[in-house]
Design a protein around this ligand. Structure first.
Ligand SMILES: Nc1nc2c(ncn2[C@@H]2O[C@H](COP(=O)(O)OP(=O)(O)OP(=O)(O)O)[C@@H](O)[C@H]2O)c(=O)[nH]1
Ligand SMILES: [Mg+2]
Length: 284
């Protein structure tokens, strides 16, 4: 079954339809603990009053060391494939993924960047304007976790402070189990809290948590876009209203000294002593 609400292009596939707010991976490192869409967002979606949200693309940038599995994660989600062979990303690449969230069409533009040092300057040119930054590391390689701070710092530098949702994603979950997995996740959750990021463990190989993760990304980005759009429209309306109803100008009175010297003011406004002419002693 497919939804037919999208105004542009073919309808979105069923597994891209989000009706309830997707849950976090762990409450110890999550961006929002709530379980429902913001009330204002729900009512705006119900009345189909979401402005241009459905027509815009929300930019998601995926960064992290080479070989951690950024491309594999994106390909698993967008194409449902997994390639065991490593093909380094050269510079950048992107995919567009369409959703229907609370009945409204919404699209993510997911940028896959190269982890190799020699491509870093090409990739960093694409960080600007990100609504979501995903910093990926390999759960089996602690060094890649340590490097996520630097990747995040570089990506944030190109964006307005506080404007991006940040995710920390541990990849290749299928390669770890039991205590080793718990240990790796514990360290990652600690770092995620410091980075103010939401933490997720995923496997591109098995597909574990991949859809749930991107649904969460899409829902948070969507909600923020709707709220920002509402805010933009209400401030535009206010400006317009002010244009039609200009503020009454304050009555212009002449300054007090003019009023006094023109005799408009019955009494001097300054204290009496300020008006006293210094007495002159006439010697006789
Ligand atoms: N077992 C396992 N291997 C994975 C997983 N994800 C990726 N890999 C393997 O890890 C290697 C690197 O994956 P890529 O997705 O190409 O890594 P990347 O981060 O895009 O690398 P760069 O483009 O160089 O930055 C490949 O051989 C993948 O098959 C996973 O979830 N499980
Ligand atoms: Mg790649």
């Amino acid at each position: 079954m497919r939804s037919s609400l999208t105004p542009l292009g073919p309808p979105v596939s069923r597994d891209r339809i989000i009706t309830s707010f997707p849950k976090w991976y762990t409450p110890d490192a999550c961006l929002q603990l709530k379980e429902h869409f913001h009330g204002q967002v729900s009512s705006t979606c119900q009345s189909r009053n979401t402005g241009t949200v459905g027509l815009r693309l929300s930019k998601v940038v995926v960064v992290g060391d080479l070989y951690v599995g950024k491309t594999s994660l994106i390909h698993r989600f967008c194409k449902n494939v997994f390639d065991r062979d490593y093909k380094a990303t050269i510079g950048v690449d992107f995919e567009i993924e369409r959703f229907e969230i609370a009945g409204i069409p919404f699209s993510l533009q997911i940028w896959d960047t190269a982890g190799q040092e020699k491509f870093k300057c090409i990739a960093s040119a694409y960080y600007r304007g990100a609504q979501v930054i995903i910093t990926a590391f390999d759960l089996t390689d602690v060094q890649t976790l340590e490097h996520t701070r630097q990747w995040l710092e570089d990506a944030l530098r190109e964006n307005e402070p506080g404007s991006c949702f940040v995710f920390l994603v541990g990849t290749k979950k299928d390669l770890l189990s039991g205590a080793a997995c718990e240990q790796a996740e514990m360290e990652a959750v600690r770092l995620a809290s410091e980075m103010r990021a939401e933490y997720w463990s995923v496997s591109a190989k098995t597909g574990e948590n991949v859809k749930a993760f991107f649904s969460r990304v899409a829902a948070l980005a969507f909600e923020q876009s709707v709220l920002q759009d509402l805010e933009r429209r209400s401030s535009a309306q206010l400006q317009e209203w002010r244009g039609v109803h200009p503020r009454p100008r304050r009555a212009r009175h002449p300054p007090a000294w003019v009023a006094v010297s023109w005799g408009l003011h019955p009494k001097p406004l300054l204290p009496a002593h300020a008006w006293t002419v210094p007495s002159m002693t006439v010697e006789g």
